[in-house]
Design a protein around this ligand. Structure first.
Ligand code: NAD
Length: 484
């Protein structure tokens, strides 16, 4: 089945060995528009036989791709990046229709995919090893970096293109082949990346794309002796499950899981300006962001004006169809998220939290939920312990920075943490003491291909992006050579 880049095409097939195809079982599942729940397409469902075909093609492709020089690999990724940018308008529109985010945010995401490929292309040319002095006369020791092997990767629907691009770019640049299970809720971003790679000349089997039933796919791929590395982005429970499957085979993993980011707002900042930045960051992608700021702890001296401005900013947000240029926040991506957000808000209110704005679904068609601000939330409320992954902000006052830091670190998560302060002393304090993989100080912008992205504690392990991103797809081999 040929597939062109027409994003209005209703079917999203599998790509195996560079051939677009339906699943061999002939099954297709619907793709819904979260704005009105209408069916806007179908994605193929991979069978075990399809997965076996993808595995075989990834194995064969790896045997030659690992020996392709890094410059040639880089040129191919760069060519794909240029094609992605050429097609950014149509891909961004598809992302918005399937996932709900405002078009401008979708466009930024697509541009981010091109940057991720570009960065990986560069880093793939610098996978240096080292020469090690030996204690034995005449013996030469070296440690080289080698592609780890065929990779199985799993990416979610909240950033349906860019989460995939980070994994695909690094794996391909490192000399690995990769089978990606893309997000069934929003598959077109991955389809667009795949098409760009095929059009750029990537050999068959280096990148295979599948959709289907996630548990079936992950169990089969992870168990296969062909697969040498697992990379997953998604929730903590699924991450733990996949890490367990991988552990049974002693396979290394990159686990980019959820977060519950704290934000410490110190008393020496402008509460109005800071609250505006904070609210804009909170409601980006309707809060469905693993590094979304959620628990705002604000110094008591500026608490009231901060809350007032945050609430006013939330109330002023234009919520609607992301294709409308005026829209600032779209619907939630699927009915699971809507139900989950409604449940954590209801739980907080039942436990005595104070609702400052929002709190309800909007309408009864589509997955819209109001931007929601809660204060006076009791410690036992679920929203303080479970990743809300939706448009919910919790604000509380603090007087003492040690107590606030203890509270900030009091969840099982450790992905991102933020602070706003004019003091170098407080900036150094938070940078050192936050238990998180990433810290933003006077900014909520921490993502980017050039930096290592990832968490500690139950937020996972491993990093994507930066020099660490490519390291994740390499293995180190010591060679001791005695010339004869
Ligand atoms: P979920 O936990 O079932 O799924 C999360 C992602 O994992 C989805 O993309 C899904 O397709 C995939 N997945 C689920 N089971 C899998 C399996 N057995 N094997 C392979 N992949 C599997 O639930 P959901 O409703 O899609 O998302 C809910 C939660 O996931 C959110 O509350 C959030 O905490 C988390 N999440 C995190 C991120 C992130 O960027 N870290 C992204 C999306 C979702």
């Amino acid at each position: 089945m040929p597939f062109d880049t027409d994003i209005e095409a209703a079917d999203r097939p599998l790509l195996i060995n560079n051939v677009w195809q339906a699943g061999s079982g002939g099954e297709w599942l619907p793709i819904l528009n979260p704005v009105d729940e209408s069916v806007i397409g179908r994605h193929a469902v991979a069978t075990i036989a399809d997965l076996d075909m993808a595995l075989a093609s990834a194995q064969i492709a790896f045997e030659s791709w690992r020996d392709v020089g890094p410059l040639a690999r880089a040129q191919m990724l760069r060519a794909a990046a240029a094609l992605i940018l050429d097609r950014a308008d149509s891909l961004a529109k598809a992302l918005t229709r399937e996932q709900g985010k405002p078009l401008a945010q979708a466009r930024m995401e697509i541009e981010g995919c091109a940057r991720a490929f570009d960065w990986a292309a560069e880093e793939g040319r610098r996978t240096y090893g080292r020469v090690i002095p030996s204690n034995v006369p005449g013996l030469n020791w070296s440690a080289g970096k080698y592609p780890i092997g065929p990779v199985a990767a799993f990416t979610p629907w909240n950033f349906p293109a860019s989460q995939a691009a980070a994994k695909i770019g690094s794996a391909i640049a490192a000399g690995c082949s990769i089978i990606l299970k893309g997000p069934e809720d929003a598959p077109t971003g991955c389809v667009g990346l795949a098409q760009a790679l095929v059009d750029a000349g990537l050999p068959p089997g280096v990148f295979n794309l599948v959709f289907g039933r996630p548990p079936e796919i992950s169990e089969h791929l992870i168990a296969s002796p062909i697969i040498r590395k697992i990379s997953f982005t998604g929730s903590v429970p699924v991450g733990k499950h996949l890490a367990g499957l991988a552990a049974a085979q002693m396979k290394p993993c990159t686990m980019e899981l959820g977060g519950h980011a704290p934000v410490l707002v110190f008393g020496d900042v402008d509460p109005v300006a800071t609250a505006k930045i904070a609210a804009a960051g909170k409601f980006r992608n309707a809060g469905q962001v693993c590094v979304s700021p959620t628990r705002f702890m604000v110094h008591a001296s500026i608490y009231e004006p901060f809350v007032e401005t945050f609430v006013a900013t939330a109330q002023a947000l234009k919520v609607g169809d992301g294709l409308d240029p005026a829209t600032e926040m779209g619907p939630l991506a699927n009915d699971r998220r809507l139900a989950a957000v409604e449940a954590v808000v209801a739980d907080a209110l039942a436990q005595g939290a104070r609702l400052r704005t929002g709190g309800s679904r909007i309408g009864n068609v589509g997955y819209f939920h109001q931007p929601t601000v809660l204060t006076d939330v009791p410690e036992t409320a679920r929203v303080l312990h479970e990743e809300p992954f939706g448009p919910i902000a919790v604000i509380s006052p603090f007087a003492d920075r040690e107590a606030a830091m203890a509270q900030a670190n009091a969840t099982a998560y450790g992905l991102a943490a933020y602070a706003f302060t004019g003091s170098q002393v407080d900036a150094a304090f938070v940078a050192k003491r936050f238990e998180s993989g990433m810290v933003g100080i006077n900014t909520l912008g921490i993502g980017g291909a050039e930096g290592p992205f990832g968490g500690v504690k139950e937020s996972g392990y491993g990093r994507e992006g930066g020099t660490e991103g490519i390291e994740a797809y390499l293995t180190t081999k010591l060679v001791a050579l005695m010339p004869v």
